[in-house]
Design a protein around this ligand. Sequence first.
Ligand SMILES: NC(=O)c1ccc[n+]([C@@H]2O[C@H](COP(=O)([O-])OP(=O)(O)OC[C@H]3O[C@@H](n4cnc5c(N)ncnc54)[C@H](O)[C@@H]3O)[C@@H](O)[C@H]2O)c1
Length: 178
Amino acid sequence: MEKIKVAVVGYGGMGGWHADHLLNSDVAELAGIYDIKKERRQCAEKNGIYTYDTLDDVLSDKSVKIITVAIPNDSHEDVVIKALEAGKHVICEKPVALTLESLELMISTAKRNNVLFSTHQNRRWDVDFLAIKQIKESGEIGEVLDIESRVQGSRGIPSDWRCEKIHGVECCTTGGFI
Ligand SMILES: NC(=O)c1ccc[n+]([C@@H]2O[C@H](COP(=O)([O-])OP(=O)(O)OC[C@H]3O[C@@H](n4cnc5c(N)ncnc54)[C@H](O)[C@@H]3O)[C@@H](O)[C@H]2O)c1
């Protein structure tokens, strides 16, 4: 079976994680990465990964079917819309959008271009989440009125852009993690 080619935009913490998983996937293949910072592209090259010089180079690569967007939250919309308009399926990191309008624009653009758009809500695939979902759907425990689930970052929220409201996150003082 031919593997589906995926490009990763943003080669930071999560982009590196996506790239590593793609390198080990049985069904998908890492076409390459694009990062706005030259040093991050150089880092990928050192790791043996093909790098695109510009986002346009990623978008015009016809072999790329899926783009994973792993850049700061306030930049998601621009890259996601461009990728969808280029006919690529898109998986965007969470939180995917800063406003409801922004999310609706992404969804309508995906529909208009007949491509898939999803967000990397990885917690939805955790075994505890799936177990609770299965129990709820079985009806075993009757009607569920409320479920509270929390994941605590062991080292708190990382610093950098995540502490600035303009990028979509406001508070770095708690141990919580989005
Ligand atoms: N799913 C999860 O569990 C999880 C965990 C951590 C972060 N995230 C999300 O992943 C996204 C990225 O977070 P991170 O921790 O990897 O950040 P990061 O700062 O480690 O990496 C972001 C990278 O994007 C690059 N970048 C910035 N703007 C760009 C652009 N316009 N085009 C190309 N590259 C660009 C930066 O140079 C940087 O290398 C955020 O949306 C964040 O909320 C999700």
